[in-house]
Design a protein around this ligand. Structure first.
Ligand code: ADP
Length: 498
């Protein structure tokens, strides 16, 4: 009995060592967090890739190594997983020791461990797949442009010919040619839109417009295209909206065209626009083939087509992907209710006030601006000039703080002129994070001297002081009531000197 116990102890020790060695040998980043999502363990592959000791990575968390453009969606998904317990799956770029970002597929699952939950995650390097994807995108972009030029010429000549020909049979053929050309034009336009989205070059022209009128005219136009269907516009509230009219029209057209296309045995499509709280909600209902639950969350992905439609209905699987991008770029969201065999309702929701997402107005290597923060790096004197605006909260401070780290490091600045004069109210909820996570990482990124120009708000001043309360800080942080004095102090320090 006694021997048995000894054996099991040594076996347990052996197996623990084996697991550790195994984890460290896996060429994939493996990690765990506690139930609240706080990182508490990483395998050696993580430090090999990131070039930083495991303990530092654990105390900093993943977000600091992520590309700033991937942060907000990754955090939103992570918070959602923490709330629901559902698996977390995301693709993000992680910054490696060589200074380059590499695409990773991050997955994490919640498991029961010692009567509580923990999260076990893996980060798989998918940089090669992403590179291939972008080669394919580039090809599609070139091909669609090349296809467009002859198509435009054919369309022009067909129109000229239609004006010349009066013979009934010939003009009916020309009519058919024109409608096929329009289909081809739509396919090419979708391919070009996808290329623009992938390259981050989809431009939006925001202006105030009469949304109700746009909806009325779009539905009337589509009714002409689909005379066999009954398109009914319901509950039209008078709505003025600021957005890109052409692109939002495209979303409505796509939803309605799908409602028609996927209703081979029904002829009714209901379109509804309502105002709820601060949102405009548009819904398109059909009584068509419906969608199986397992497809619902994937329909807005690029090239995705549900199995019951791919063989029977033509299409590239791009319309909803493009619509999703347009809606997201307006700060909105979308969702679907559907029952297979009974029909579907596609909804999208747009905020009437400015959305919660922080959209950059300027984003170039040495300059950044959004409605909360502006960052300018001067590579000559090594000073990063930062201005904060308006009311700040946890979300905006973390967002701005992470950008500061990124810009400081990339531009090799060591001094910061941090101007809080335009800040209102308090942002105390973020000060602990700033002191314990942000400041050490700023120092790791190269910070030596930090001139903090106070806001007039006493609450903001308190938040600022709390933000640098870190006994281990190695940089020289000074507060100034007067911006001139802050500049003088920074300029008196020799350029780029630590
Ligand atoms: P496409 O229609 O060209 O395939 P979309 O991106 O517009 O591309 O739609 C993606 C997929 O979503 C479709 O292939 C189809 O499976 C499904 N879908 C879209 N709208 C509907 C609808 N109203 N009813 C049923 N399925 C739909």
């Amino acid at each position: 009995m006694e021997t048995g116990t000894k054996d099991s102890i040594s076996l347990a020790g052996h197996s623990e060592m084996f697991s550790r060695e195994l984890l460290n040998a896996i060429p994939q980043q493996i990690w765990t967090t506690d139930e609240q999502g706080i990182l508490n363990n990483v395998n050696d592959q993580v430090s090999r890739d990131l070039g930083i000791e495991n303990q530092v990575i654990i105390s900093a968390g993943w977000s600091i190594f992520m590309h700033p453009d991937d942060l907000s969606h990754s955090l939103a998904n992570w918070n959602e997983s923490l709330e629901t317990g559902h698996e977390y799956v995301n693709e993000v770029r992680l910054r490696f020791a060589d200074g380059y970002y590499y695409w990773h597929l991050i997955r994490a699952k919640r498991i029961l461990h010692n009567q509580g939950y923990i999260w076990v995650g893996s980060n798989t390097n998918i940089n090669e797949q992403k590179a291939n994807e972008s080669r394919k995108d580039e090809f599609i972009s070139i091909a669609s442009h090349e296809l467009k030029t002859p198509l435009t010429a054919i369309k022009g000549f067909t129109q000229m010919l239609s004006r010349q020909i009066s013979e009934t049979k010939a003009s009916s053929f020309l009519h058919r040619i024109t409608s096929q050309l329009e289909r081809l034009e739509k396919l090419i336009a979708d391919l070009m839109d996808v290329s623009k989205i992938n390259a981050g070059k989809m431009a939006f022209n925001l202006a105030e417009f009469d949304f109700s009128k746009m909806l009325r005219e779009t539905v009337a136009g589509l009714q002409q295209v689909y005379p066999k269907y009954q398109l009914i516009l319901q509950d039209q509230a008078p709505i003025h909206f600021k957005g890109d009219q052409f692109r939002l029209e495209q979303v409505v057209q796509n939803f309605v065209a799908n409602a028609v296309k996927y209703s081979p045995d029904a002829d009714l499509v209901l379109i509804k626009a309502t105002l709820e709280q601060d949102y405009l909600i548009v819904s398109v209902t059909d009584y068509g083939i419906g969608i199986k639950p397992e497809h619902l969350s994937k329909l807005f992905d690029r090239y995705y087509r549900a199995d019951n439609s791919s063989a029977r209905f033509e299409g590239l699987g791009l319309g909803l992907y493009i619509s999703a991008d347009i809606i997201k770029r307006h700060g909105g969201s979308f969702w679907i209710e559907s029952e297979q065999g009974k029909g579907s309702t596609f909804h999208f929701k747009l905020p009437l006030s400015v959305g919660q997402t922080i959209l950059p107005e300027v984003k170039i290597p040495d300059r950044y601006k959004d409605k909360y923060i502006s960052i300018k790096c001067n590579n000559e004197n090594g000073i990063m000039h930062v201005e904060w605006y308006g009311h700040q909260d946890m979300h905006s401070v973390k967002h701005g703080g992470k950008l500061m780290i990124e810009y400081l490091r990339n531009n090799r600045c060591s001094k910061v002129f941090n101007d809080n004069r335009a800040v209102l109210g308090t942002w105390s909820e973020a000060s602990d994070w700033a002191a314990n996570v942000w400041l050490p990482l700023m120092e790791l990124a190269g910070l030596r001297h930090f001139a903090w120009v106070f806001s007039a708000s006493a609450f903001s001043q308190l938040s600022a002081k709390k933000s640098v309360e870190n006994e281990e800080a190695t940089s020289d942080v000074r507060f100034f009531a007067n911006a001139e004095n802050a500049w003088q102090w920074l300029h008196a320090l020799s350029p780029k000197k630590s």
